[in-house]
Structures are given as structure tokens and as C-alpha cells.
Design a protein around this ligand. Structure first.
Ligand code: FES
Length: 111
């Protein structure tokens, strides 16, 4: 598991989305209206648009380029079905006043 990054909880209001750099790509970190913090790969798997500048609808994000809808919790393409791959997801933990994002697919344990 590898650390993606941290941000202050206060920097992420309800229904807000931010882009967290994780070279060579970015991670979208979002707080839903229910207060849950979720993270998926930012670049849309359809044609690469930044989902962080899209629109959050419930626990989904709508891509700003062609309107594909992805579930933030699972990364699954909800609509239109089957036209591109699901988004990669990341583990999020809230530790004190920080949001900490982890890449659970990486074996790198360095901080
Ligand atoms: S680039 Fe996201 S739906 Fe096309």
C-alpha cells in the first residue's frame, strides 16, 4: 500500500471535489452530501477529461466532457453501461483533522 496524499478535512466541504496529484496521474477526492469521503482516478477512462471539474450527483460524478456517470464508491461506470472501463478507486481514511488517501494496489510501503 502506498500513500497517495493528505489534505486537511476543512479543505473539503460537503459536495466538493479536489484533484490530488499522484504522478503520473491525479486522484479525485470527493466529499458526498452525506459527508463520506471517496477517491477515484481523476482522468475519465472514456477520453481522459478531468472528473474533478465535473458535477457531483449524489454519490456519483458526471464527466464534464460527454456526461458519463461514475459511482464514486466503486468507480463503476453507471451510465452509459459498458462503453468504457470503470475508474480505479483508492482507500480513504479520516485521521484527526486530515484526509489520507492510499493506493491499495501498490506494494510500495515508503511514505
Ligand atoms: S471523457 Fe469522460 S465521458 Fe468522455
Amino acid at each position: 500500500m502506498k500513500l497517495v496524499g493528505r489534505l486537511k478535512s476543512a479543505e473539503l466541504a460537503a459536495k466538493a471535489m479536489v484533484r490530488m496529484p499522484y504522478p503520473p496521474f491525479d486522484v479525485l477526492v470527493a466529499r458526498t452530501s452525506s459527508g463520506e469521503v471517496l477517491a477515484i482516478e481523476d482522468a475519465c477512462n472514456h477520453a481522459g477529461a478531468s472528473l474533478a471539474v465535473g458535477e457531483m450527483r449524489g454519490d456519483c460524478v458526471v464527466c464534464p466532457m460527454h456526461g458519463y456517470v461514475f459511482e464514486l464508491r466503486s468507480g463503476r461506470l453507471k451510465s452509459p453501461r459498458g462503453l468504457c472501463a470503470d475508474q480505479r478507486t483508492f482507500e480513504v481514511r479520516e485521521e484527526g483533522d486530515e484526509i489520507v488517501v492510499w493506493d491499495t494496489f501498490s506494494l510500495d510501503v515508503s511514505p
